[in-house]
Design a protein. Sequence first.
Length: 169
Amino acid sequence: MASDDPDADTTQPVAPLNDRRPPMDAPPWAWHAYAELRRGVAEIPGRNANERILQYFKATNLGMNPIAYQDETPWCSAFACFCVQEAGLPHPKSASARSWMKWGKPTDKPVYGTVTVFWRNSPNSISGHVAFYVSEEGPNIWVLGGNQNNCVSIAKYPRSRLLGYRMPK
């Protein structure tokens, strides 16, 4: 199974989920993400693919690329694109997590739902992870995202891997 995070021990799901419900004033894409969380979207091991994850890829530029027909292709950015698209806003249309660093505008004051981009492998690599900000706890940032432990989940990532926070213009 694919994972956007090679350091699996740094991403841990949180429970209970209701403790992390979006506040009423959360951006609309955060509510779409939360709905996907409540659906329990997860990869299907083996040759079969979760059709919902394949729907996320339709919000990206992968088009008819065969990798868009596998739920084991890294899909964190596809999930973010899908949620923002469902909210009726423009998005990068890219399967690359780092493409979100060019979306919207930077912010230093994240709120629930702020697009949060992390580096993966090294700060200068092309790899990354994108998800929606939930909260902070010590050296960690909790985010709601896709392809976290091979499912839509709320997980924590080290603040030291943060590339930036983004909000729409």
